[in-house]
Design a protein around this ligand. Structure first.
Ligand code: NDP
Length: 485
């Protein structure tokens, strides 16, 4: 019997996707560079469905029905190119090569073009949800040609996470669109995690709430507009006691956050497509600062953290004031989280323009409702916000009527929390940059006018006027008369 799909690369992600496919009734041909992983998978899980063991890529290709579908799940980067190079001579026109790893979207664009020239479909698929998701239903963001989705889509939809029965999988756009959307998902994830971290730090340092008390607060928040997977697991982490010391686990974990690169890619792409993803970039930088442990220790010796004689006393730890402060932090968190989503979605619109993708924000929001890390109740409301004819859609999430009231309601708290963070010296880079983003967008005049004046002064970069058409330059070093440029 021919297999429906082949999977090459059977480390944890590939093995779990292969098992997910087999459990859903597909016959899955298995291949790994070293046969040990193939055998281990068959031995441990061979009874979960129909598997075909193969030892070479030629055997793998041979075992597949047409058009062939080969899913590559090897280490991102050069190994993907190595596998493609070995695989493509074995395939025929119309066959589909799928890369479901964490590949950089520009590489996916390059690979798609190269394979298209050979008559093959190359589908870059964003997969979110980690090991567990790969096995039980991830959020799936496929790119590539629409034609390839006709035969591949139903399989991916079947193994994806479901939200109220709807698959969290839909074609997002051509070539690298799938990996791009996954990358932005991760960027939003960075910002979402950072704002939760800032909320925790403020409530602990200024509100005096111990981790266990905060676990309760986060659990409570998970019944509000903030309800989401990340809030849920935050409560679990804060409640965890360290087995060795008996202290909260969060107190014995080194405060240096790791990163694998997708947040950095999102920030870089934001710069490239000219989309101000300030919350996402600040989150990446916050992780970088956290990693500068030696520098932080030295700085702490010179400028100790905590309050000095000029700082007023922290007023948030009395009964009543503490509750008000916690509620302020909750609202600041919600508003900042909205900004992170607004910036991520905005960046998708800019990227769609840049790369010629026809991205549907409503559909993309629907893919993130289950199976992935940023799943949140908020996404249902985001879908409603973009459920309109293109000309009637809000230009920015913050302008959606579903959210304007929420922003207005959160605003006083947001300002109080950012002011408190600055007054008492607690870093809150994403709370404050998100507030600045909101204030920048709504400001009638920005100081950019002065910057244009400076640019014209030192570099004759010219400027435009508010009162007439044209481009102008002032003769700064001479008569200071304005001339048409
Ligand atoms: P790894 O990234 O650890 O890669 C290991 C696999 O790649 C092995 O099967 C290995 O084969 C194979 N491999 C490495 N180099 C080559 C090569 N030159 N030629 C052929 N095969 C090669 O595996 P993971 O399962 O952790 O991740 C797979 C992909 O999924 C990655 O892109 C990763 O970033 C992504 N990922 C996604 C997650 C998500 O949440 N979406 C979570 C984790 C990972 P061998 O056994 O012979 O060494």
């Amino acid at each position: 019997m021919s297999a429906h799909i082949g999977v090459t690369g059977l480390a944890v992600m590939g093995a779990n996707l292969a098992r997910n496919l087999a459990r859903n009734g597909y016959t899955v041909a298995l291949h790994n560079r070293s046969a040990g992983k193939t055998d281990a998978l068959i031995e441990a899980h061979g009874d979960e469905g129909e598997f075909v063991r193969t030892e070479t890529l030629a055997e793998l290709v041979e075992s597949l029905e047409r058009p062939r579908r080969v899913l590559i799940m090897v280490k991102a980067g050069a190994p993907v190119d190595a596998v493609i190079e070995q695989l493509t001579p074995l395939l025929d026109e119309g066959d589909i090569v799928i890369d479901a790893g964490n590949s950089f979207y520009e590489e996916t664009r390059r690979r798609e073009e190269a394979l298209r020239e050979k008559g093959l479909h190359f589908v870059g698929v964003g997969v979110s949800g980690g090991e567990e998701g790969a096995l039980n239903g991830p959020s799936i963001m496929p790119g590539g040609s629409k034609e390839s989705y006709q035969t591949l889509g139903p399989m991916l939809e079947k193994i994806s996470a479901k939200y109220n029965g709807e698959p969290c999988c839909a074609w997002v756009g051509t070539d690298g669109a799938g990996h791009y959307v996954k990358m932005v998902h991760n960027g939003i994830e960075y910002a979402d995690m950072q704002v939760i971290g800032e909320a925790y730090d403020l409530m602990r340092s200024l509100g005096g709430l111990e981790p266990v008390q905060q676990a309760e607060a986060f659990r409570e928040w998970n019944t509000t507009d903030l309800a989401s997977y990340l809030i849920e697991i935050t409560a679990e982490v804060l409640e965890q006691e360290d087995e060795v010391t008996g202290n909260p686990l969060v107190d014995v974990i080194v405060d240096s956050a790791g990163q694998k690169g997708t947040g950095r890619w999102t920030a870089i792409s934001g710069l490239e497509v000219g989309s101000p993803v300030t919350a996402i970039a600040e989150s990446v930088f916050a992780r970088s600062i956290s990693s500068q442990r030696e520098l932080r220790a030295e700085t702490n010796e010179v400028f100790p953290s905590g309050l000095d004689e000029h700082t007023p006393e922290v007023p948030y730890q009395e009964e009543g004031t503490q509750q008000t402060f916690v509620e302020d932090v909750r609202k600041a968190l919600y508003a900042s989280k909205l900004v992170a989503y607004a910036q991520g979605l905005d960046m998708l619109v800019s990227a769609a323009d840049e790369y010629g993708w026809d991205l549907d924000l409503k559909s993309i929001a629907s893919l993130w409702r289950a199976g992935c890390i940023i799943r949140a109740d908020l996404l249902d409301t985001i879908m409603k916000a973009f459920d309109a004819a293109p000309e009637d859609r809000p230009k920015n999430l913050l302008l959606a009527e579903e959210f304007t009231e929420a922003i207005n309601e959160c605003l006083p708290s947001w300002r109080r929390v950012v002011a408190a963070a600055a007054t008492y010296g607690v870093p809150a880079p994403v709370f404050s940059s998100s507030l600045s983003y909101y204030d920048s967008l709504r400001r009638d005049r920005l100081p950019a006018a002065l910057i244009q004046g400076q640019r014209d002064y030192f570099g004759a970069h010219t400027y435009q006027r508010v009162d007439k058409e044209g481009t102008f330059h002032t003769l700064w070093s001479g008569s200071r008369i304005e001339v048409d440029a």
